[in-house]
Design a protein around this ligand. Structure first.
Ligand code: SF4
Length: 330
């Protein structure tokens, strides 16, 4: 028997990652990219499987895994026409890890010899070992050796449905200080799509959202993107000057953030983009807002060769304020 070691969730070892969407049919669909398992046919789809806290509720995540296993076997040149032994490394959001890891391991490992056909080729596999890791810990796996000399590190793993974080103390994961916020990239896309649909009656796609965020034009839409602060990484993380940047930095968990502690979220609503905007777009949501902020658009101030900010607080006559991001750091 051949042996294939496969990492899932964090990264496939050799083959390309794919969208975690699946369509099922009773009859063979058109196309080659088809997997047949237990007399049903499956294809990878752009329609992602909705977020499930418990991925073992049905066979869908297992079938997605079969696609991954077939891809990985082919990418490794490890195919043999008899039973192939497979060892899997899988991940779970750290907040659910303690309660679900045994069940998740059994979900993959208690199946004996699994036979399926992928792209017309028959596979017989036996999953004889499954290692389950907290997702953010798995994301840092390649750096754990280097982290043994670091007293405290925070690993943030931004996934599709959850944003997971875990504190690492001298290279060892601290499961007391971890969490899974249901705030992954797909959730954020969905929030944008439903807000824009409710407010403007426009149905955006994820590709259109990406284009808008990059300031690119989108057919049929007036794209309004305003960069209010730009700078080198150190300038943004250590010397941010715009209240919106402070708000974004405040919404990221810090080393001292307790698990379950609520993170900062902006209050209020963004400006109506249908109306002409001739003042600071952040005015209605800014705790430092002054009269001029509601009357005129701030000009861009150059702080260094790379650091630029557009805020009336940079005006020589503006009051000197302490950012709420600095307050939190104290
Ligand atoms: S210009 Fe005024 S409202 Fe806008 S971010 Fe600066 S202080 Fe806040």
């Amino acid at each position: 028997m051949g042996l294939v070691i496969i990492g899932l969730q964090c990264k496939l070892v050799r083959s390309e990652p794919f969208i975690s969407g699946l369509t099922e049919s009773e009859v063979q669909p058109f196309g080659m990219d088809v997997l047949k398992y237990k007399d049903k046919y499956y294809q990878i789809s752009d329609q992602r499987i909705p977020y499930h806290r418990d991925k073992t509720e049905d066979d869908r995540f297992f079938i997605l895994t079969l696609f991954g296993i077939a891809n990985e076997i082919e990418a490794n040149g490890a195919y043999i026409p008899s039973i192939m032994r497979v060892q899997l490394a899988v991940g779970l959001p750290p907040a659910h890890y303690g309660a679900q890891n045994e069940k998740f391991i059994q979900y993959f490992s208690r199946r004996g010899v699994v036979s399926f056909t992928c792209r017309g080729k028959p596979y017989s596999i036996c999953i004889d070992d499954v290692a389950c890791y907290p997702q953010s810990y798995a994301a840092a796996a390649s750096m754990l050796q280097a982290l043994t000399t670091v007293p405290l590190a925070l690993v943030v793993d931004i996934g599709g449905y959850t944003m997971d974080y875990i504190r690492i103390k001298k290279g060892r994961g601290d499961l007391v200080s971890c969490d899974s916020l249901e705030n992954g990239v797909i959730m954020l896309y969905n929030k944008i799509i439903s807000k824009v649909r409710a407010a403007q009656d426009i149905l955006l796609t994820e590709e259109e959202i990406d284009a808008i965020l990059r300031g690119q034009s989108v057919q049929g839409l007036q794209v309004v993107v305003q960069v209010v602060e730009r700078g080198a990484t150190k300038e943004i993380f250590n010397e941010a000057r715009h209240p919106y940047t402070w708000a974004l930095l405040n919404s990221v968990p810090a080393l001292a953030t307790e698990s379950k502690q609520e993170l900062y979220a902006l209050k209020g609503t963004p400006p109506d983009l249908i109306l002409p905007l001739n003042h600071c777009p952040f005015a209605a949501r800014c705790e430092y807002c002054m009269g001029i902020c509601r009357e005129q658009m701030p000009e861009e101030t150059t702080l260094s060769g790379t650091h630029k900010v557009s805020c009336w607080l940079e005006h020589p006559n503006a009051p000197k304020v302490e950012s709420f991001y600095d307050r939190r750091k104290k």
